[in-house]
Write a protein that binds this ligand. Structure first.
Ligand code: SAH
Length: 252
C-alpha cells in the first residue's frame, strides 16, 4: 500500500518555465496529479511527470467551488498520491492559495507551500522596469483592481509624494477606473505608466505611455488578461536597461 500522500501548493511563476523554482520543478516531476489554474502556461505543465494526471480547475466563466476542489485534492492525497496544486506566480498573492491551504489543513491533509516568483514584480522586471530604484521609488504597492460582481475597485489612497510605485493586477476590465482614481489622488497625468500583457512569455506585449494616455493606448492594442499596470517614474528606466537574456556565445 502507498504511504500518506501530500498536497503541494506550488507557485508556477509568471509564465516562463525558466522562472519556476528548482523546488517546484522537482516536485512537479514527482507529481501523480496536477490541479492547475487556467493561467499556468503549457511550458510549465510540460515539466510535470509525463504520466501525471492534469486537471484544469478554472473555467473561463465560472469560479471553482473551493470546498469541491479541496475534497478532490484531499481524496487524492488520502489515496497516497503526490498532489500538486499549481497556481500562477506566488500561490499566496491573490488567487485564494491561502484559503485552499487553510481548508486542507483543517481537513487534516498534509500540505506544503512552495513559494513562487510573483508576476507583480517579475513581469515588470522582465520588461525592464524595476519596481524600486534609488531616488525614484522607495517602495511599491501591489493591489488587485478586481472587484467581484462588477463593483468599482477601491484603491489605497497614497499620495504621489510617498514615492511608491503602484502595481495593479487583474486590471484589464477596470483600467480606466484605476487611472481615474489615481488622477483623483493627485498623480500627475504625465506620470509614466506601462501595461504588460503575458509578461515573460513569447506572447509578451508592452505599452508605455503617460498615465492619462495608458488606457486608450492599451485598448487600441486590444489588451487582454493577464496584464499588469505599473505606474511611477521607474517606468522611464525601461528604455535604459538591457534586460533581454543575452545569447551565450559559442566557445572558440
Ligand atoms: N498569484 C499570482 C497572481 C494571481 S492574480 C502571482 O503571484 O503572480 C492573476 C493576475 O496576475 C492577472 O490578472 C495579471 O494581473 C497577473 N499576471 C499573472 N501572470 C501574468 C503575466 N504573465 N503577465 C502579466 N500579468 C500577469
Amino acid at each position: 500500500m502507498k504511504g500518506q500522500g501530500i498536497v503541494y501548493i506550488v507557485g508556477a511563476g509568471p509564465g516562463d518555465p525558466g522562472l519556476l523554482t528548482v523546488r517546484a520543478w522537482r516536485i512537479l516531476r514527482r507529481a501523480d496529479v496536477v490541479f492547475y489554474d487556467r493561467l499556468v502556461s503549457p511550458g510549465v505543465l510540460r515539466r510535470a511527470a509525463p504520466e501525471a494526471r492534469r486537471i484544469c480547475v478554472e473555467k473561463r466563466d465560472s469560479v471553482v467551488d473551493l470546498s469541491d476542489l479541496v475534497s478532490q485534492m484531499a481524496r487524492e492525497a488520502q489515496a497516497g498520491r503526490v498532489v500538486v496544486r499549481l497556481k500562477g506566480g506566488d500561490p499566496f498573492v491573490f488567487g485564494r492559495g491561502a484559503e485552499e491551504a487553510e481548508a486542507l489543513v483543517r481537513a487534516g491533509v498534509p500540505c506544503e507551500v512552495v513559494p513562487g516568483v510573483t508576476s507583480a514584480v517579475a513581469v515588470p522586471a522582465a520588461a525592464g522596469i524595476p519596481v524600486t530604484h534609488r531616488g525614484m521609488a522607495r517602495g511599491f504597492v501591489v493591489e488587485t483592481a478586481h472587484r467581484a460582481g462588477g463593483e468599482t475597485p477601491v484603491l489605497a489612497t497614497i499620495p504621489p509624494e510617498a514615492g511608491l510605485t503602484r502595481v495593479f493586477l487583474m486590471v484589464v476590465a477596470t483600467l480606466e477606473t484605476v487611472v481615474g482614481q489615481l488622477l483623483a489622488q493627485g498623480y500627475d497625468p504625465t506620470t509614466p505608466a506601462a501595461v504588460i500583457e503575458w509578461g515573460t512569455t513569447p506572447a509578451q506585449r508592452v505599452w508605455v505611455a503617460p498615465l492619462e494616455r495608458i488606457a486608450p493606448e492599451a485598448r487600441a492594442g486590444g489588451v487582454e488578461a493577464p496584464a499588469v499596470l505599473i505606474v511611477g517614474p521607474v517606468v522611464q528606466l525601461r528604455g535604459r536597461l538591457r534586460v533581454r537574456p543575452v545569447r551565450r556565445r559559442a566557445r572558440a
